[in-house]
Design a protein around this ligand. Structure first.
Ligand SMILES: Cc1cc2nc3c(=O)[nH]c(=O)nc-3n(C[C@H](O)[C@H](O)[C@H](O)COP(=O)(O)OP(=O)(O)OC[C@H]3O[C@@H](n4cnc5c(N)ncnc54)[C@H](O)[C@@H]3O)c2cc1C
Length: 233
């Protein structure tokens, strides 16, 4: 959506094709760093604190010890992914971006002629394969499980709690909601089972949690970076 907005602001006719249909949700820590907010503003998108919940920095905790640091300038923002997506859609629509939801992009479907194609199609990008830019075989997979808890944030920080088997990311996303994500290399290791490994967190989390959403995070190394001559964008 950001790429579409940037292209449209340069005067291009833009179509976004996505096989999902809004509101598009997925497992995510739901924290935007200050640079991300600045990048949005650069695209003309002001994301007010009221859209989510600001955090002043990052705190790492393990075995009763913790260290934190505040961002040097403005805050980050915890925000529900669906809320951010809605804001981007509203902005793109106002600019005249054509949005084709529920449209699967394939190599054998109806041809679409375009001067530029941006493959912002996620970690398993088909466009990257078609462009022969597929990553090398060196990669690792981590699994993320996310739940929302209906309770007031206890910290001004986005917190990352460490344990031998995984990490817990805690982001305030509204004055009465927390996003909690477990990330580990074990697909069987789920939030409920992991919480006893994080007693300081477990003691504070209020039941009942919302539904669990999962995602695989593929870390891969690009085979190469290609620069294409030209002045766009
Ligand atoms: C557990 C977890 C926690 C995270 N936490 C954070 C965080 O706190 N803050 C942060 O900034 N980032 C976080 N991230 C990373 C963030 O989610 C990704 O960087 C971001 O979603 C990448 O955006 P994208 O547009 O490239 O891909 P995606 O968000 O994956 O979007 C790709 C889109 O392409 C569509 N698509 C795919 N293939 C096709 C096709 N063939 N035809 C049509 N449509 C197609 C999909 O429907 C999808 O909507 C997290 C990731 C994980 C896994």
């Amino acid at each position: 959506m950001a790429a579409a907005i940037a292209a449209r602001r340069r005067g291009l006719n833009v179509t976004v094709a996505d096989h999902s249909v809004p509101p598009i949700d997925k497992a995510c820590g739901e924290g935007i760093m200050p640079d991300g907010l600045a990048a949005a503003l650069h695209l003309g998108i002001r994301i007010d604190d009221s859209a989510g919940y600001p955090f002043r920095g990052i705190r790492f905790s393990e075995s009763g010890l913790s260290v934190d640091a505040s961002f040097p300038g403005s805050s980050g923002l915890g925000i529900r992914r669906t809320v951010l997506h809605r804001l981007l859609i509203e902005h793109a629509t106002a600019l005249g971006v054509h949005l084709a939801w529920g449209t699967d992009v394939t190599a054998i479907g109806t041809p679409v002629h375009a001067r530029w194609i941006i493959g912002a199609d996620g970690a398993q990008s088909r466009v990257r394969q078609w462009a022969n830019l597929e990553a090398s075989t060196r990669h690792s997979v981590r699994f993320g499980f996310r739940r929302h808890y209906r309770m007031a944030p206890w910290s001004e920080y986005m917190e990352i709690h460490w344990s031998p088997r995984g990490q817990l990311y805690i982001t305030p996303v509204s004055p009465d909601e927390l996003c909690v994500v477990l990330i580990s290399s074990d697909p069987q290791y789920r939030l409920e089972a992991a919480l006893p490994q994080f007693p300081e967190v477990a003691a504070q989390l209020a039941p009942p949690p919302g539904p669990e959403v999962s995602a695989a995070e593929l870390r891969s190394r690009a085979a190469c970076v290609r620069s294409i001559a030209g002045t766009w964008p």
